[in-house]
Ligand binder design. Structure first.
Ligand SMILES: Nc1nc2c(ncn2[C@@H]2O[C@H](COP(=O)(O)OP(=O)(O)OP(=O)(O)O)[C@@H](O)[C@H]2O)c(=O)[nH]1
Ligand SMILES: [Mg+2]
Length: 611
């Protein structure tokens, strides 16, 4: 495969709500660039990006698809993220591998909350943002609906660069405001077009939109603004410079449009992306793993190699780690360091991914996206780097789990395989957790939503033949006290054989929000020093099982203030028992109460429904 230089790379993640049209758009782009020989359709389950069985079945992405194409001598790396909230984590990880995002705004439904959150995350990461309006050919589709949603989200930064020609069924082309041309498509899916003059009935609308674009582009630069104010126009070169600058600054978010299933507008859009999206640029901060000192690397082939692993794929053939080269170049058959795990990793064959297909490569420049098989210990989020010039990049943050289900195996055979199989799925899916709840003893599978966990159960069955049932987890109640109490207990066994003697007096009081606290106020050695921890252990043992319903007790302050000992019969066990019994009596006397779990919720409401 051809080697692309850093300046010719364009890494872009497609973001947008579930069903907005990302996978379809990627499919049309890949087809137009000649990467495939037919235009796949999500409904037919034959797209490049949705190749997992569960994606074909539910007609939507559950994991990010990675592909690439060549356009205008640039290698455009496409990452098609899932829009459904159940599967967002994987898409978020991919934001660490790109320089730009293409937000798909839906001409029927606008931009839903999940897409808004991704767009905000992209902004926080300093990524370049571009928008695309899908579904203009649909019955309810309207350019204005999507433009309104974009303006609500980005304010007047969202500025059209393309305008649609025709509406609904009759949508058949776009006006490119930069080139001042119209592109008319037959809508049969081939994506070929005729370049024509702007339709006469659109002259006014186009002039207005172009003025807005030129004005917004000129605002990126003082010199350009002056020229624009003087001449009322910018030369094509000036416009290009201004537009690039405004896009890079994030002060202008260009809006494109088309229809992926009809293959309308996609080729002019690829022209725009190759010309206006940034190549990998700037630097990434990390630390020197040996000294902890902050260092940084540029997206430059001449620097030592470093890369960030942002995705892991496990399939029948094996396990692939997908990384983005940050500095240096990735070369097959080299040994690199994983500074996090302090281990060497062998980079054998390297690949570019096109959906499930792999294309062998000889070299990947800084900024490119690469897959490698069979790394020993590396997981998603790790750094790989040159052994002689180590660097470690910050880990990609893992989202907190939102929902948990108790997992029950269908049979004994399933039981034995659950952990190992889930571990494999968790390598791919950083938002999935599998843990035993100490309190209830149940095994819990946690993730981003019910749909997420249900898909995990399906994949367990399909990939590993492991059957599980999902159930609501037992509620993990806790107990605490509302009052205070003061109790003394003497444990004494002095009949026959070796005796036992221990006595303690404790006060307990509520300690809400501050956890368990044990204060030793013994003076004059009434309990010898070595038995104080014995009393504490007894108290703690009693805390594990509350007096109301046997749930753990939390948030109690215990003060040990008096006791008695015996020169021969005092022992560790005697003081433990005394501590436990005193605590039990104290808890019963201190108004014990049940605590129900509290959930923290975030509610997002569109502005028009507020008030
Ligand atoms: N008519 C029309 N249908 C579209 C367009 N774009 C997408 N669709 C359809 O919308 C449905 C969803 O499209 P996808 O491409 O799967 O959407 P997605 O954004 O990848 O969805 P998730 O993977 O669930 O996040 C499919 O049935 C597409 O054929 C469009 O521009 N016009
Ligand atoms: Mg999709």
């Amino acid at each position: 495969m051809k080697v692309y230089e850093t300046r010719d790379l364009r890494n872009v993640a497609l973001i947008g709500h579930g069903g907005s049209g990302k996978t379809s758009l990627a499919e049309a782009m890949l087809y137009d660039a000649g990467m495939t020989t037919r235009l796949g359709r999500v409904e037919e389950g034959n797209t490049v990006m949705d190749f997992e069985e569960e994606e074909k079945e539910r007609r939507g992405s559950i994991t990010s698809g990675i592909g690439f194409l060549e356009w205008a001598k640039c290698k455009i790396n496409l990452i098609d993220t899932p829009g459904d909230a159940n599967f967002v984590a994987d898409g978020r990880n991919c934001l660490y591998a790109v320089d730009s995002v293409l937000l798909v705004a839906d001409a029927e439904d606008g931009i839903r909350v999940q897409a808004e959150k991704m767009a905000r995350a992209a902004e926080e990461l300093g990524l370049t943002r571009v928008a695309y309006i899908s579904k203009l050919d649909r019955e309810r589709g309207a350019f204005e609906t999507a433009m309104k949603a974009l303006t609500d989200l980005f304010g007047n930064k969202a500025v059209p660069v393309f305008l649609p020609i025709g509406t609904k069924d009759a949508f058949h082309g776009v006006v490119d405001l930069l080139r001042g041309k119209a592109f008319l498509f037959d809508g049969e899916g081939k994506g070929t077009f005729q370049e024509t003059e702007i339709p006469a009935e659109m002259t006014e609308q186009v002039a207005e939109a172009r003025e807005r674009l030129v004005e917004a582009a000129s605002e990126s630069d003082d010199e350009l603004i002056e020229k624009y104010l003087e001449n009322g126009e910018l030369s094509p070169e000036e416009l290009e410079v201004g537009l690039k600058k405004a896009i890079a600054q994030g002060s202008l978010i260009p809006v494109l449009c088309g229809s992926a299933p009809k293959n309308v507008g996609i080729r002019p859009m690829l022209d725009f992306l190759a010309a206006y999206l940034p190549a990998p640029h700037g630097e990434r901060k990390g630390t020197n793993p040996d000294t902890g000192e902050e260092i940084s690397r540029k997206f430059d082939d001449t620097e030592p190699f470093s890369a960030l692993v942002f995705k892991t794929i496990v399939d029948e053939i094996g396990r692939f780690s997908v990384f983005r080269v940050i500095s240096g170049a990735a070369i097959p058959d080299t040994t690199v360091l994983n500074p996090e795990r302090r281990t060497d990793e062998r980079l054998g064959q390297l690949f570019h991914l096109l959906g499930k297909e792999r294309r062998k490569i000889e070299k990947a420049s800084a900024g490119d996206i690469v897959a490698v098989a069979r790394l020993k210990e590396t997981i998603t989020g790790d750094t790989l780097c040159d052994k002689k010039s180590p660097i470690r990049y910050p880990r990609i943050p893992v989202p907190p789990a939102i929902i948990s289900f108790a997992v029950r195996p269908r049979s004994k055979a399933d039981q034995d395989k659950i952990s190992a199989s889930l571990r494999k799925l968790m390598e791919e899916d950083t938002a999935l957790r599998y843990e035993r709840d100490e309190q209830t003893g149940e095994f819990l599978l946690s993730g981003m939503g019910q749909g997420h966990i249900e898909i995990v159960a399906k994949r367990l069955e399909r990939k590993f033949k492991v059957g599980i049932e999902l159930a609501a987890p037992k509620v993990a109640y806790l107990e605490t006290i509302k009052g205070t109490a003061d109790k003394r207990y003497r444990h004494k066994k002095q009949t026959g054989g070796a005796g036992q003697f221990g006595e303690c007096a404790i006060k307990i009081e509520p300690n809400r929000g501050a956890g368990f606290e044990f204060v030793n106020n013994i003076v004059g050695g009434v309990i010898p020093g070595q038995y104080i921890p014995s009393v504490e252990k007894g108290v703690r043992d009693q805390m594990k099982k509350g007096v109301l319903a046997g749930y753990p007790v939390v948030d109690v302050k215990v003060t040990l203030y008096d006791g008695k000992s015996h020169p021969v019969d005092s022992k560790d066990i005697a003081f433990q028992l005394a501590g436990r019994k005193a605590m039990k009596e104290a808890l019963l006397a201190a108004k014990p109460t049940l605590l129900e779990p509290i959930m923290e919720m975030e509610v997002v409401v569109p502005e028009e429904f507020m008030g």
